[in-house]
Ligand binder design. Structure first.
Ligand code: C2E
Ligand code: CA
Ligand code: CA
Length: 636
């Protein structure tokens, strides 16, 4: 049973016991006064009051959240003694009056003794250490008494009492196990058998109180498996489940009961350490333990003949010194874990002061971003995309934020913050409006772009009003022809969401004439399944591959593979981050359609883009005519 609930329950039973003993005890004492056999009853009732007073004090002493483990243990022992004492008193009353035949008071004590047994069996079944001895204390004298009558009915009653005792023990025991089972289920993760999130939070809350009282130290770990979803998606859930069970087993084996382990989500686990006397000892153990744990998780798994490898991102949060809430502790371990993910996964990071400062910074960005929208600090830049003749045929819209105190904030930073806070919905909308206005203007001025790409973030894409918003803005700013120029760039991180939902949103927007591009292609693990399932029109090769082109043959292989793949799926290919003529020529020779990067131009302000596009298109005409001429010469 959950410790806290068990103690809370026991605390209430103390009151029930006091109330019941005082009340029925008083009744009996009055009865004995009426029959002139009051003396022992009065002394006995005095004892009941004294024990009740003790019980009352125990009741008042109990404050689960303010007691450490040792104090709780002591309290529990006293509570148990109190319960023994109270039921013991009832047995004493029985012994005192069982011989009282004149007024038939022995009937009353026999009845009370049986009643007390039923009460013990029904109210105290949650603890075997309590109900078993008490039932024995209550029923044993009864059996002996009946046997001592030495008549047939007496023996019958003695046997009957033994059966009754056995039944009471049996049913309490059954209830006890049933309750244990229910509590086990409520506290454990059915797949791995580890504790669940709820139990972990309760446990952590108690641990924080205990640490505060004892002035010791401890740490928690948040362990998230890397790319677990890929295994689940590619090999099926059954294998995914087996892998999770194996990981859980390894954790348990390695920690050897020194840590409390819980599975708190799909592929997320938490561990809580034991307590340390000094901060240094805690720090050292956290470091050694987590690194060893990571190596152990990374060892090969053999599951149904598959050799599987998985790594993990582990965040550490140390506890001690300052008063914290469980939710805050978990959040900070989470922040540390996300830092590992951001740094490329497969590692361990401690939520130290640097991260705390970073979290503060995020908070500041968050606050300022909210006002940035209102005070027009967000501006759009446009990066040209050129075709093989180096004509500007398209552009990508990129958001820029200039803030007075923060300076230039990178989109990679503020888009992330906006996603986290939900501000992305307003921000994304603002970007759509401004971008649509530009597209409309350029179309009216005859700039002649064929496509116009806008980045859409996951949360924006999945928001319930997204399709409606886009429809509404299309009606407001665009006509049928300009709509067809629109391309929404999405990333495969979307794949973590419900695929049928994604497809239905994509299809609804395609109805409007909008096409889709898959951004950062090749960086994730599920690129191929994305291609198979989502009806997209364009691929953007991530600039990581382009930048490594001259360095490694495997990247060249990668790019030519992507290009032939695009051919099969009939997709347009855009290369991002083209920085050198060499890269451009390689990509062109391998059939890439569009090129974007600093080799041609950085993202430009609206006016600068217009100028660039005009000049570049003049150059492109020359290039094109030169090419036709050389083709002509070759042909003839
Ligand atoms: P992205 O979609 O991959 O955008 C391409 C990034 O590559 C841009 O960075 C661009 O300035 C940069 N880039 C382009 N050519 C080169 C090059 O030759 N070399 C190098 N080193 N970099 C190049 P930026 O503008 O900092 O944007 C970063 C990310 O922020 C974008 O990555 C995109 O994911 C996000 N983002 C930017 N604007 C928006 C927006 O309006 N909405 C959404 N949802 N996300 C945006
Ligand atoms: Ca993009
Ligand atoms: Ca990209």
């Amino acid at each position: 049973m959950n410790e806290k609930r068990f103690y809370n329950f026991l605390e209430k039973q103390i009151l029930v016991l006091i109330g019941w003993s005082l009340l029925t005890g008083l009744g009996f004492t009055i009865l004995s006064v009426l029959y002139n056999v009051a003396k022992p009853a009065l002394i006995w009732y005095g004892l009941v009051m004294a024990v009740s007073f003790w019980g009352w004090n125990l009741y008042k002493q109990y404050k689960y959240t303010h007691m450490d483990g040792e104090q709780l243990e002591k309290w529990y022992l006293q509570a148990r003694l109190f319960i023994y004492a109270m039921f013991g008193l009832w047995t004493i009353l029985f012994l005192l009056y069982i011989k009282e035949n004149i007024y038939n008071l022995h009937y009353v004590v026999i009845f009370t003794q049986i009643g007390a047994s039923v009460i013990a069996a029904t109210f105290l079944f949650s603890d075997k250490k309590i109900f078993i001895p008490i039932l024995l204390i209550l029923m044993y004298p009864l059996v002996v008494y009946f046997a001592m009558i030495q008549e047939a009915y007496g023996y019958f009653l003695a046997v009957y009492s033994i059966i009754f005792l056995a039944l009471l023990l049996y049913t309490s025991n059954k209830s006890y196990y049933l309750m244990q089972q229910i509590y086990h289920q409520a506290q454990h993760d059915p797949l791995t058998g580890l504790y669940n999130r709820r139990y972990f939070s309760d446990y952590l809350e108690q641990m924080l109180h205990s640490i505060e009282a004892s002035e010791k130290f401890a740490y928690i770990l948040l362990i998230d498996l890397d790319y677990f979803k890929t295994i689940n998606d590619s090999l099926g859930h059954e294998i995914g489940d087996k892998l999770l069970i194996e990981v859980a087993k390894r954790m348990e084996l390695f920690s050897e009961d020194t840590h409390l382990i819980a599975r708190i989500g799909g592929d997320e686990f938490m561990m809580a350490s034991y307590e340390f006397d000094t901060f240094e000892a805690c720090m050292q153990e956290a470091d050694i333990f987590s690194k060893k744990l990571l190596t152990i998780i990374k060892n090969t798994y053999i599951i149904d003949h598959h050799h599987l490898h998985i790594s993990a991102s582990i965040g550490i949060k140390k506890i001690g010194n300052t008063r914290m809430k469980a939710s805050q502790v978990i959040k900070e371990a989470d922040t540390a874990m996300y830092e590992v993910k951001a740094q490329g996964r497969d590692g361990v990071i401690d939520f130290n002061t640097v991260l705390a400062r970073k979290a503060d910074n995020t908070l500041e960005v968050e606050r300022k971003l909210y006002f940035a929208l209102k005070s027009n600090e967000i501006e759009l830049h446009y990066q040209p995309q050129l075709d093989q003749d180096q004509r500007v045929v398209s552009c990508e819209v990129l958001a820029r934020w200039h803030n007075e105190t923060l300076g230039m904030v990178q989109p990679s930073e503020f888009i992330l913050v906006a996603e986290k806070t939900g501000l992305i919905i307003d921000l994304g909308n603002y970007i759509l409006v401004e971008a649509f206005k530009t597209l409309k203007k350029w179309d009216e001025e005859g700039l002649g772009l064929e496509h116009f790409s806008i980045n859409i973030s996951v949360r924006q894409f999945l928001h319930s009003s997204f399709v409606y918003q886009v429809e509404h803005l299309c009606d407001l700013y665009l006509n049928e022809r300009t709509r067809k120029k629109l391309i929404f760039e999405i990333t495969e991180t979307l794949l973590a969401e419900d695929i049928s939902k994604i497809i239905s949103i994509v299809n609804a927007l395609k109805e409007l004439g909008i096409s889709f591009s898959m951004d950062d292609f090749g960086t994730g693990y599920s690129s191929l399944s994305f291609l198979r399932e989502v009806p997209i029109d364009e691929l953007k090769i991530d600039r990581i591959f382009v930048s490594r082109l001259s360095e490694s043959d495997s990247d060249e292989m990668m790019i030519s593979t992507i290009l032939s793949l695009a051919n099969i799926f009939n997709l347009r290919i855009v290369a991002e981050g083209v920085e050198t003529g060499e890269q451009f020529r390689f990509l062109m020779e391998h059939g890439c359609d569009l090129f974007q990067g600093y080799y041609f131009s950085k993202p430009l302000k609206q006016e600068d883009f217009e100028i660039y596009a005009h000049q570049q298109n003049i150059i492109a005409k020359r290039i094109a005519s030169r090419r036709t001429a050389s083709n002509f010469i070759q042909a003839s």
